[in-house]
Design a protein. Sequence first.
Length: 279
Amino acid sequence: MADGNGPGRITIAGLAFAFMMLVLIIVSVWLFVAQPWWFPELASVSGGDIDDVFMAVLIVTGIAFIGVQGVLGYFVARYGTRGTERAGYWHDNPKAEAGLLIGTAVIMTVLVFMGQRVWANIYFTDAPEGTLEVQATGEQFAWDFHYAGPDGVFGRTDAKLITDTNQVGLDRKDDAAKDDIVVVNEMHVVVNKPFKVRLRSKDVIHSFFLPHMRVKQDAVPGMSILVWLEPTRTGEFELACAELCGLGHYRMKAKVVVEKTEQDLNNWVKQKLAEQTAN
């Protein structure tokens, strides 16, 4: 068949290759259906839309993968060669090429618009009025969280005031800063209540990654980047840095605690404020 004229022949090597393709397809389908290694359990509202787009892309690419690998395995098994044939030549098929091109373009366009719709809903939609805001600053190798305190107003910060004990350079002489709290590697929010995170970085690019809530956003030096989300489950979740930011990158992680009520959050803020005042 290699010269384009003969019927080809079935070879042991071709059958072995086809069997490998079959095993690959079966294992891939099983991994998709059984999901033994998958995303962590969803814990945010917007994360559902992200999962839907991911699933759509995976289904489309999975169908293409099965079709291509299946055809490849069949042809290798069915049309073996003795090693003496000459390659055959077929002229192009404009209709087939146009069909494949148009079909691929339509599928890719649909997937792109699905992703853009979700992106716009997340990044181009304002958080509800009165949403809790937390300022998160990444540094090698920790996350610093700044809360406005009971008055709801963030105090003044100055990079010149940053020390080992004043991670964000909070000016305690400012009246608005007296009830602010700064916590390292621990952020608290309330379930079913939206919250905003204003991301900054002291040194290099870090990445604010909450896998349970499907959030990943870079923190860039010199920029203030705002993201917001709404948690749907209480509990403690890991916040990681998803950007290689130095030798200690592996230990740059924090915990995000989703409280049941706003009173629980307020009690935690008062506790931290009392601890900072005592110190």
